[in-house]
Design a protein around this ligand. Structure first.
Ligand code: CA
Ligand code: CA
Ligand code: CA
Length: 288
């Protein structure tokens, strides 16, 4: 084999395009990385928009997975931080497009949860005072399904036995928020945003005394018009809740509702324990 032959073996046999690309990278490393960053940005933009358009919830999930993978790999290139910010931006915009809870086209304020028969022992301590009491730990939760504050001053809660509670004057139920009326003292805790909104109440000088074997609870406005009513059957050791929160006509055992994680009640919060409003309220149904 001649020396010339050996030289031919040593020659760069790569594709001319790749060879040229390598040359550009060698000559303009920072410019090349910047171009790569733009290409990746464009890919993310188009990819996420497409995912969101096809299957919005799946798009969000996949974005989260992609984001986690991206962060864990700790890619060491310039402008990595910019890419992370870009992902954050699209992640936030997609999350804000998640559908709001599928509230029904029903009343502006619904009876969303009824706790008629507190479980035995500490499991039944719904009002958070560290004591289980068959009457004090009963509660009725109301939910404002609209985007507007509703004045529930002097609205009433009653059942087949008669009037059980009247909301005090100047009671405003915030948009998409809950109010909770316990059977007795002393409610202790956040109850979602209800405590902060001054929307946690208890019956003074009496109790709700909700029937364990089933009844109809009725919510009326200050003029005596029925706003909502909820009929439940026999219940034992847990609340009954509209599932999804405030949206269905029928009540189900709280622990059976998806997302409850077996919990027995959720005064002031969603079934899954989250606050009712945690971010911008998108897709609110204006009050009719
Ligand atoms: Ca009861
Ligand atoms: Ca209690
Ligand atoms: Ca609840």
């Amino acid at each position: 084999m001649t020396k010339g032959g050996e030289n031919r073996v040593d020659q760069d046999t790569r594709n001319p395009f790749l060879r040229e690309l390598g040359g550009i990278f060698a000559r303009y490393p920072y410019l090349s990385l910047l171009a790569l960053w733009f290409a990746l940005s464009l890919s993310f933009t188009l990819g996420y928009q497409l995912a969101e358009k096809l299957t919005p919830p799946a798009g969000v999930r996949e974005l989260a997975a992609l984001e986690a993978a991206f962060r864990s790999h700790q890619i060491d290139i310039p402008r990595t931080r910019d890419l992370v910010h870009l992902i954050d931006h699209f992640s936030q915009s997609l999350k804000q497009q998640e559908p709001s809870p599928p509230y029904s086209e029903g009343p502006a304020v619904v009876i969303s949860e009824i706790h008629a028969d507190p479980a035995d022992g500490k499991l039944g301590d719904a009002n958070g005072d560290d004591v289980r009491n068959a009457f004090d730990d009963e509660f009725v939760e109301l939910l404002n399904t609209t985007c507007e504050e509703v004045d529930i001053s002097r609205w009433t809660i009653s059942d087949s036995e008669g009037l059980k509670f009247t909301f005090p004057p100047r009671t405003q139920l915030e948009a998409r928020e809950a109010a909770v009326v316990f059977g007795g003292p002393t409610p202790t805790g956040r109850f979602g945003n209800a405590t902060a909104n001054h929307l946690v109440f208890y019956v003074r000088g009496g109790h709700l005394k909700l029937t364990n074997s089933g009844d109809t609870v009725t919510l009326k406005d200050d003029r005596g018009n029925t706003v909502d009513s909820a009929t439940y059957g026999s219940v034992s050791g847990e609340s009954l809740v509209r599932d999804p929160d405030g949206a269905s006509e029928h009540l189900v055992g709280h622990s059976e509702a998806p997302g409850s994680d077996g919990k027995l009640f959720s005064p002031g919060t969603r079934i899954d324990g989250q606050d009712f409003t945690v971010s911008a309220q998108i897709g609110c149904r204006p009050r009719i």
